[in-house]
Design a protein around this ligand. Structure first.
Ligand SMILES: [Zn+2]
Ligand SMILES: [Zn+2]
Length: 228
């Protein structure tokens, strides 16, 4: 049953996945010249340095490419229909997170960094990110792998809430802040037993390694033996 659904989603993926971030569309936005679609924030960011469509290279607009972008609500609704778990997960996560808040909460500056670095152009990105899906993440040292067991990392876990667009390297920065003993060490982040690459966004991590599990998304980390 479940497998059938997965296959269908995979067939549809090329039509509902943004090539700029490899995640399902968030605020699907279409270039009116060629009808190629991307996440709103992905294409806006891309067009800050280019005037051409990242898929077909057509010139979006002579001078102001943003004028030829159109928000595509229908397509966005389709994404949520096709991938209902995205939406349900999000709602459930919000609920669970509210319950968990009593424990520990840290705001991830790393997740905000992308907004801050994009303020030029008089274009406040604040509103672009405000509607991002959020993912609730539990970060903790990896304790049960014999080869990776590291007595120098304090026990404990932290709960953070950040945009699905945040990437693994943002989380690494956060870990260095929360566990200062990792400061000058190379850190690996593991999700469900698999090491995650720096450029993976959390949506990709979730969909590839945590899709059938409940929130929060558990990310474990360990220090590599070799110092940097
Ligand atoms: Zn995107
Ligand atoms: Zn195009």
């Amino acid at each position: 049953m479940e497998e059938k659904l997965n296959i269908r989603i995979r067939d549809l993926n090329p039509h509902i996945v943004c090539i700029l971030c490899a995640g399902y569309f968030i605020d699907a936005t279409t270039i009116t010249e060629c009808l190629h679609t991307f996440c709103k924030s992905c294409i806006v960011k891309f067009l800050q340095t280019s005037k051409h469509c990242p898929m077909c290279n057509i010139k979006v607009h002579e001078t102001q490419p943003l004028l030829n972008l159109k928000s595509d609500r229908t397509l966005q609704d389709i994404v949520y229909k096709i991938v209902p778990s995205l939406w349900e997960n999000e709602l459930k996560q919000r609920e669970d997170f509210e319950k968990m808040r009593g424990l520990t909460e840290t705001n991830t500056e790393g997740c905000k960094e992308e907004e801050d670095s994009n303020k030029e152009d008089g274009l406040s990105n604040q509103h672009l990110y405000i509607h991002d899906e959020l993912v609730h993440v539990q970060v903790e040292p990896l304790r049960n792998g014999p080869s990776t067991r590291d007595p120098f990392i304090r026990d404990g876990r932290q709960y953070v809430r950040c945009s699905v667009r945040a990437q693994i390297y943002h989380l690494k920065k956060l870990i260095r802040k929360l566990w200062p003993e990792t400061m000058n060490k190379e850190v690996e982040i593991v999700c469900n037993g698999k090491v995650m690459s720096d450029h993976y966004c959390l949506k990709r991590v979730w969909l590839s390694s945590w899709k059938d599990k409940n929130p929060p998304l558990v990310l474990q980390f360990y220090m590599k033996k070799k110092p940097l």
